[in-house]
Ligand binder design. Structure first.
Ligand SMILES: Nc1nc2c(ncn2[C@@H]2O[C@H](COP(=O)(O)OP(=O)(O)OP(=O)(O)O)[C@@H](O)[C@H]2O)c(=O)[nH]1
Length: 370
């Protein structure tokens, strides 16, 4: 094979590897960047994509010369392991080893490479030197086996030696191109996701901000499962601000938000609705559970000594108004009902949870006494 044709083959191969893995990576990174810590299904999918590339090389071996197939088939396995961790790598490895077209010695070398990657947990470190060293190991293995098995042919027929020298170098080149292209892609995706997250976080409390709440409201407007809507308001916060200043006020808001985080489940949604008012969606819960969750939040705030290590520790309380959303309801009306319930809680002396009874029937609102 001429050097130009080989160069084109390497380029096409690099493009196939990069396009497939980066597409799979992008697809799996919709809300959170894909990594070795992603869900099992995602890692399996990524492994299938990696194995699919090897399969594509082996079945449609028109792109690469037969003698180079083994080394190039190892590349998706290495890259899949680096980006997706052991499970993705193992799946890509199984597909590669199970397919025809790779010499037994190459299969052995690819298996060995995976074991080294696995033992070194390369997905946690991603040191390119190790990965490159592995590609060179394949090169050395190939030359070594030729020298050992048929030394006379090796010395007398230079045309046989040439591919054994050139292909592994091309594999390294291909690895370099795809590795760096994928790392750049990964960093770009991670940066854009964290920027997006950052834009949705309230700077004072680190809870979801109003923009993110509005998104969640749109998302939950067509929800088919019932959930609770709680509006939480800090009691007499103006006095704190007036007496101790906004800086202390901000620190108290942050500590209160910490209590909300620690007293709710990860599947619940909580955000800063505005000023000293917070909105919580208690997911998949019946009215009694929602009421109990809100009581838990109220009690946790009331029992906390805020700014405990400062010379001026505080006691704070919250009032909570609760509404229930059921499939088909208008969520904004539900939030409005929670607001009315919050108003009732304030009127009844604060530090109270008031629930809009039968919040799905908006014309007959009654309130449960705390
Ligand atoms: N420090 C700080 N204060 C805020 C922030 N946002 C709103 N506030 C203050 O929260 C206070 C809310 O006051 P009010 O609406 O009168 O309510 P309240 O004093 O808590 O009284 P009740 O709601 O009736 O219990 C105001 O003093 C606002 O300035 C903020 O980001 N940081």
């Amino acid at each position: 094979m001429g050097i130009l044709t080989l160069g084109v083959s390497v380029y096409v191969t690099a493009c196939i590897i990069y396009a497939t893995l980066s597409l799979a990576y992008f697809f799996l990174s919709q809300h959170k960047a894909f990594s070795c810590d992603s869900s099992c299904q995602k890692r399996v999918f990524f492994g299938l994509a990696g194995g699919g590339i090897s399969l594509c090389f082996l079945l449609g071996n028109a792109i690469l010369p037969q003698t180079a197939l083994g080394g190039f088939a190892a590349l998706p396995v290495i890259l899949t392991t680096i980006l997706g961790g052991w499970l993705s790598g193992l799946i890509a490895l199984i597909i590669t080893l199970a397919s025809h077209g790779v010499a037994l010695s190459d299969k052995f070398a690819i298996g060995l490479v995976f074991l080294i990657l696995f033992a070194g947990k390369i997905w946690r470190k991603r040191p390119i030197i190790i990965a490159l060293a592995i590609v060179f190991v394949i090169l050395a293995c190939r030359l070594g086996s030729m020298l050992l098995l048929d030394p006379t042919r090796f010395y007398t027929n230079i045309r046989l030696v040439y591919p054994q020298m050139v292909y592994p170098l091309m594999e390294c080149l291909c690895f370099f191109i795809t590795y760096f292209a994928l790392v750049v892609k990964k960093e770009y995706v991670e940066a854009s996701i964290s920027m997006k997250d950052f834009a949705m976080i309230d700077s004072v409390t680190s809870l979801n901000n109003r923009k993110r709440i509005d998104q969640e409201i749109i998302k939950l407007s067509s929800e088919t499962q019932s959930f609770g809507v709680g509006l939480i308001d800090l009691d007499d916060f103006k006095q704190v601000n007036d007496r101790y200043g906004h800086l202390i006020g901000d620190r108290l808001l942050f500590e209160t938000a910490e209590i909300f985080r620690s007293t709710t489940r990860s599947r619940d949604f909580i955000g800063r609705y505005g000023g000293e008012e917070f909105l919580i969606f208690v997911r998949n819960a019946d009215p009694l559970t929602v009421y109990q969750v809100c009581q838990r939040i109220r009690a946790a705030v009331a029992n906390t000594l805020f700014l405990a290590n400062s010379p001026q520790p505080f006691k704070l309380t919250v009032s909570i108004g609760v509404g229930m959303y059921h499939a088909g309801d208008d969520l904004m009306t539900c939030i409005h009902q929670a607001d009315i319930a919050l108003y009732q809680a304030k009127r009844r002396g604060k530090n109270t949870v008031v629930m809009a009874n039968g919040a799905h029937r908006f014309n007959t609102v009654q309130f449960w006494e705390d």
